[in-house]
Design a protein around this ligand. Structure first.
Ligand code: BTN
Length: 263
């Protein structure tokens, strides 16, 4: 057992039955669990640079330096969130990294909807939302060499049992608990989330982006609505075959927006 997980299990607070319950696919092996950490992204990047295999998972009960997209902070209430980073090592051109963040959003929305019965939708590109409030987010950070991917770190944060949020958030937030009126067991949610990520990732590797595109479109809250993203304001018409959002501006021009964050 990795020392970090042993440490976490010894505290008795964090995911006590996690190791035994991880799904059989490749996601979550090995698993490093921390009661407190700066950012799971940074820890997994260190592990990735030391040669960790695809599927390596870092989870935490609390982050002191949690990062969101576009340089924003990701705040959590200790013990109340899912905070995880997952390592992928696909043999892909770097230009396809944004597709993996759309895949993560699709897999997460599907898994959390199935597990909770709550209608979780995706707001471009990969915010998870519930009744128009943000309930989770995804940060895909990639290391590339030339035109190829070396690794991708998929960071996923879900507000599970929080009841309070800071007043100055960019968008109104909610949690699964607030919307459902009950507390959720995080291990079960993590289990279904990893199984879903595993399924969608295998499918992507064998069938390409087309099924992910369909899954994303099914779960999307953005299509058919006005958007203000990436410095472009307009009407979100569709997701194209490469994963770009097609936005019609008020001037009638069609713009392609691509998601993604490279480091
Ligand atoms: C966003 O919506 O801005 C993305 C939020 C991603 C947050 C997760 S929590 C686990 C992982 N570690 C981090 O520091 N960030 C991601």
């Amino acid at each position: 057992m990795p020392p970090a997980l042993a440490d976490a299990l010894a505290t008795g607070t964090l995911f006590p039955s996690l190791a035994a319950r991880l799904p059989l696919g490749r996601m979550g092996k090995p698993c490093y669990a921390f009661s407190m950490i700066g950012s799971t992204q940074d820890e997994l990047r260190r592990l990735a640079e030391a040669g960790a295999p695809e599927g390596t998972l870092v989870v935490a009960d609390h982050q002191t330096q949690g990062r969101g997209r576009q340089g924003r902070r990701w705040l959590d209430e200790p013990g109340a969130s899912l905070l995880l980073s997952l390592l992928l090592r696909p043999d892909l051109p770097s230009a396809q990294v944004p597709q993996l963040s759309l895949l993560a959003a699709t897999a997460s929305a599907e898994a959390l909807t199935a597990a909770t019965g709550l209608p979780i939708r995706i707001r471009w590109p990969n915010d998870l939302e519930l009744k128009e409030r943000k309930v989770g987010g995804i940060l895909a950070e990639a290391m590339t060499a030339g035109e190829r991917v070396v690794h991708v770190i998929l960071g996923i944060g879900v507000n599970v049992n929080q009841t309070r949020f800071p007043p100055d958030l960019a968008r109104p937030a909610t949690s699964l608990a607030l919307e459902a009126g009950r507390v959720w067991e995080r291990e079960s949610l993590l289990e279904v989330l990893l199984a879903s990520l595993d399924r969608w990732y295998r499918r992507y590797l064998s069938e390409g982006f087309a099924p992910v595109r369909e899954g994303w479109r099914r779960a999307a809250a953005t299509l058919g609505h006005p958007v203000d993203a990436g410095g472009v304001t307009g009407f979100a018409e569709d997701l194209d075959g490469d994963g770009a959002l097609l936005v019609r501006t008020p001037e009638g021009v069609r713009v392609r927006l691509v998601a993604g964050e490279l480091r």
